[in-house]
Structure formats: C-alpha cells, structure tokens
Design a protein around this ligand. Structure first.
Ligand code: M1P
Length: 257
C-alpha cells in the first residue's frame, strides 16, 4: 500500500486514551512508530487544553502541553476541528458565539440551567456548562466530578438516559430556530454546536491533500460524536471499543507485513 498520501485521524477519549485519562506509554510509542509511516492527526470533541493534558502527560504545565501536542502530531483538531492546528500552527478557529450571537447563547444557557436545576440524579457537582470557542458543553453531573463519580454517572446514564432525555428537551425547545446540533461526546456531557460543526468539519483541512483518510473512533453510533466522521464517504472509518482495540487494529493494518 502506498502510504505517502495517507493520513490516520484519531478520536481521543475511548480511542487513544480511557475517557479523560492520559495516553499510555505503549500507545504513545505506537503512535510514534505510525508517524514514521503516515501523517497522523487527532480529532477530539474536547477543547485543546484537555486534549493536550491527555496526550502530553509529561509536560510541566498546560502551555507546554499544548505546545508539545500541536508540534508532535501533523494535525490537532480540537472541539471537532473548530480549532485546527497543522504542523504546530493555528490554521482555523470558529466561534459559536460569533454565529448565534449573545442573545441566543443566553437563552440557550438559561434553559439548560433551568432544566438541570429541575432534575435529580445520584450526584451533582460543579461546572455544568462549559462555554468553549466552538461549542457549549453541558454536563448534568458537573465537570468537576471525580473519576469515580464520572464512571458512576456514565453507568446511571446508560440506564436512565439522562442525556438523551435532555437532548430531546433541547430539540423540543429550540427546534431548528437556533440551528444547533447535539452529540453525546463522551461519558457525562452533551456537546452543543451549530449544525455541521461535527467532526467532519476537520475534513476541509485534509481532504485535498490525502487519498486515504482513516478515522478511528469509539462513539460511532448515531448521536455519538464520532458518528458523522466515521460514516462520511471521504473516510475509511474504524469503530473501536477501547484503546487496546485501536492498538490491535493499527498493528494489523500498518505493521503486519
Ligand atoms: O471524548 C470527547 C468528549 O470528551 C468530553 O466528554 P465527557 O466529559 O462527557 O466524557 C468532553 O470534553 C466532550 O466535549 C468531548 O466531546
């Protein structure tokens, strides 16, 4: 296989790392080997700070982690590619606020806060709404929960569909008026962004340059934040169940002769 015009894109949480945890040394070194063969890019739903923290675990501080990750990988697309880095340089930045405006943003946030104030779940912590550059992340348990509380909520949500129910409420409230799209990005939250600003957004930076665009993600089901990029005809999508599964597929695809 001619790999010179091949790029491999990876989701981060659940694909390269366990949710919100650091990359293992084994995965880090496998990605290092892969980079010798093909171009490699990250496409995370999270903001750049979180991706950098997870993918540059040895960095001393947040700034250094960002510097390291954007220079280590050929492309780093955070917030679905709304913030795009190529070879260490910022090449694109989209603002959700710029598109929907302050008034709609406030109506949206106020609705979320009222909705979250009206539900009861086993545990609530802090930071329920994270306002990012390209999206608003809404988290019923609160992003400051511990790792243990995160896993407990994820299991509870699986059973009680807290996030799915909230997405239905958001759709009923805002319909197509706000032009927003919702995805269950990771384990505990909902990513809310303008329609079309899903992970396929990143393809504009790579589609003309590569003949083969692989994508590995774990949330590849409809409603998951890897779905659109996984299903896009421009990519060769691979659905994985864990970082170990990603490693196994990489070995089979790129390292077995
Ligand atoms: O995996 C990507 C997602 O990671 C986090 O999700 P959660 O905290 O729900 O596990 C968030 O940063 C989310 O925006 C992102 O899509």
């Amino acid at each position: 296989m001619d790999l010179s015009k091949t790029i491999v894109l990876f989701d981060v949480d659940g694909t390269l790392t366990k949710s919100r945890l650091s990359v293992t040394e084994e995965m880090d070194s496998l990605l290092g080997e892969l980079k010798k063969k093909v171009k490699v890019g990250l496409v995370g739903g999270s903001d750049l700070g979180k991706i950098a923290e997870q993918m540059s675990p040895k960095a001393l501080d947040a700034e250094q982690a960002i510097y390291e990750v954007v220079n280590k990988y050929d492309y780093v697309f955070s917030e679905n590619g709304l913030i795009a880095y190529e070879a260490g340089k910022l090449v694109g930045k989209k603002s959700m606020l710029g598109v929907i405006g302050e008034e709609k943003c406030q109506r949206f946030i106020n609705f979320c806060l009222r909705y979250l104030g009206g539900i009861e779940i086993p545990v609530k912590r802090g930071n329920f709404i994270e306002f990012r550059t390209g999206m608003i992340n809404v988290c019923p348990i609160g992003r400051t929960c511990s790792q243990e509380e995160r896993l407990q909520f994820a299991a509870y949500d699986e059973q009680h569909k807290v996030r799915e129910t909230m997405v239905s409420a958001l759709k009923a409230e805002f319909g197509s008026e706000f032009g927003l799209q919702y995805s269950l990005g990771g384990q505990i939250s909902i990513d809310c962004f303008p329609v079309g600003w899903d992970k396929t957004f990143c393809l504009q930076y790579v589609e003309a340059k590569f003949d083969r665009i692989y994508f590995f993600g774990d949330r590849t089901f409809p409603g998951g934040n890897d779905y659109e990029l996984f299903a896009d005809p421009r990519t060769i999508g691979h659905s994985v169940t864990s970082p170990e599964h990603t490693q196994q597929l990489l070995q089979e695809l790129f390292f077995s002769s």
